[in-house]
Write a protein of this length. Structure first.
Length: 569
């Protein structure tokens, strides 16, 4: 039985059931197409195959024509269905591999012992304190949440326009939350170390009652009237939201509809990475901490060049519900803070399943600030440290960092990234972004600032489905290769990936690979370069191995004081 008689029999069958044929537009459209000249000719098909890097013989092209024309109708029908960015496909990336050992036993959360704090004499000194210090000032009632909130709001208004890092102040909400925090603390209902602490969020996160622009002019002023899971969880922890911070347009780099977000250490530079606003605002003392997102470097890059501590958690650690999707299998949410332990405190508050983002797994985050790092196997990416393309001072800072780790009793183990297989993450990223952002890219391109982004994304709209799937299968091979590397160590260190500024090819490759494998990393400041701008060091952990990775990074950070430096605004 041929396809044409099949369709006719289907229509006759459903008509016999009393169902109107209009319920089956695809069948009707295919039947109609058979009676007209095909829209796709053999010449068009031959050219399209060339764009996809495919070659077919003349008989093969002839045989394909009918099916290709029918598929065209199916594609058009599919594109008429309205699909919101928040609707995820029922396919979820899992960074875990068969046989991978994961500690699923919940252990007590062990923060460091609070330091004895005395309130600083000035607001300038206060706003640059780590959350661990601010929390102790609030807990001991030396400072109120209202006072802290007013300090940060004043700085957001004073420096925000110069740094171009603030999209929306959430003044009313912040002041209300601060008053509530002070009442609860006065009544003895202290929620924990984030209670009363002012923070800012990247403007990809839905926030009830306030605009969520995604950095794009078409969505300027658009309100998604709900709170993202991360926003709700920080509300529950008692944190005080004071600002929606800039993001590169549709999560690309540091340029948004308001211009370029600036680095507070050097206003001639942008902050790089789409979490530019959180990186800049945290470094400049405009918030106590912030939350950003990463797909392919958007947390670690602004954190590294702005001199703050940025944590990219494992894929599947933190819910992305209520956050703009760029890539379902690559997007991660994480904190940008002044210290490693600040990141641990924020991660503890925001991590875990929410029954909304089904990629999130139930795996405990067992933070232990007292962990003896001499018990950890710490590696270093020797080929990245041996690279000579950095500045002399940056190279010296890298070498000094290794010396510091060795002085802590760590025997560094040389590790190497897998040589094979390779997979370009952009094949997966743009393949998914074409679906996630099809509306603004296809229908509102004229209003977007980044025409280069639109062109790059459109170039992969012709990505064959089989090649997208094969890229993910190659990714699975890469995950297995990296699992073998990580079987030798608990964590390894590598020079920071400065990307557009002074690229280190091995460090850049490390960023790509670990985003594809879903591994966590944390970036910490480790000195300054010849221009007086921050330099940084990256710690990479096992999948869901944030606790050990952060313990190693904290030990290094406690042995230095780079994280306590801040720009002179």
């Amino acid at each position: 039985m041929n396809m044409r008689s099949n369709r006719r029999r289907f229509l006759e069958y459903f008509a016999g059931l009393g169902l109107p044929a209009t319920l089956f537009p695809g069948l009707l459209r295919a039947q109609s197409n058979e009676q007209k000249e095909p829209r796709i000719t053999k010449e068009i098909l031959r050219s399209a195959a060339g764009v996809a890097g495919l070659n077919f013989t003349e008989p093969e092209l002839e045989a394909m024509l009918a099916g290709v024309n029918q598929n065209l109708s199916r594609y058009e029908e599919l594109r008429r269905i309205p699909l919101d960015n928040s609707l995820a496909p029922p396919l979820y990336f899992n960074p875990l591999l068969p046989g991978m050992s994961i500690d699923r036993a919940t252990q007590p959360f062990r923060a460091s012992r609070p330091r004895r704090m005395k309130r600083p004499g000035t607001a300038e000194e206060t706003v640059f304190l780590p959350v661990t210090h601010l929390a102790e000032l609030i807990r001991t009632k030396q400072v109120t949440s209202v006072e802290l909130t007013e300090m940060y709001l004043e700085r957001l208004k004073r420096y925000g326009p110069t740094l171009n890092c603030v999209v929306t102040l959430t003044e009313e909400r912040g002041r209300r939350q601060a008053r509530e925090a002070d009442k609860e603390i006065a009544a003895g209902r202290y929620r924990g170390p984030l209670h009363g602490i002012p923070w800012g969020v990247k403007d990809l996160f839905a926030t009830k009652g306030y605009p969520t622009s995604w950095g794009a002019a078409p969505f300027k002023g658009r309100i998604i009237d709900e709170d993202a899971t991360v926003v709700s969880r920080l509300d529950a922890a008692g944190a005080v939201l004071v600002a929606k911070l800039s993001t590169g347009e549709l999560a690309l780099d540091d340029i948004w509809f308001g211009g370029q977000t600036k680095n507070p250490w050097d206003l001639s530079m942008g902050s790089q990475g789409s979490s530019a606003g959180p990186g800049t605002a945290t470094a400049a003392g405009l918030v106590a901490f912030s939350v950003g997102t990463e797909t392919l470097g958007s947390i670690v890059e602004p954190a590294g060049i702005c001199g703050v501590t940025g944590l990219r958690p494992s894929f599947g650690r933190v819910s992305r519900h209520g956050v703009m999707t760029l890539s379902w299998s690559l997007d991660k949410v994480g904190p940008m803070c002044r210290s490693v332990e600040d990141c641990a405190l924020v991660l503890a508050a925001i991590q875990g399943p929410d029954d909304q983002d089904l990629s999130v797994q139930t795996i405990p985050f067992n933070w232990d600030a007292t962990l003896d790092i001499r018990k950890l196997r710490v590696g270093y990416l020797e080929s990245a440290f041996a690279n000579t393309k950095q500045t002399a001072q940056t190279d010296a800072n890298d070498s000094k960092a290794l010396e510091t780790l060795r002085s802590l009793g760590v025997s560094l183990i040389e590790v190497r990234l897998p040589e094979h297989p390779r997979v370009d993450p952009l094949t997966i990223l743009y393949g998914e972004a074409n679906a996630a952002l099809s509306n603004p890219v296809r229908t509102q391109a004229a209003e977007l600032v980044r025409k280069d982004r639109t062109a790059a994304q459109n170039a992969l709209r012709l990505l064959p489905a089989a090649d997208y799937l094969d890229a993910n299968r190659t990714r699975a091979l890469l995950m297995r290769e990296m699992a073998r590397v990580m079987s030798e160590v608990d964590v390894y260190v590598t020079p920071f990936d400065y990307a557009d500024y002074t690229p280190n090819p091995v460090a850049t490759l490390n960023t790509s690979i670990t985003n594809l494998t879903g591994q966590p990393c944390v970036v910490v400041p480790h000195g300054f370069n010849e221009k007086g701008n921050p330099t940084s060091l990256t710690f990479v952990g096992r999948v869901f191995g944030e606790a050990r990775m952060l313990a190693a990074a904290r030990a290094y950070q406690e042995a230095t004081d780079w994280h306590l430096k801040h720009p002179k605004m």
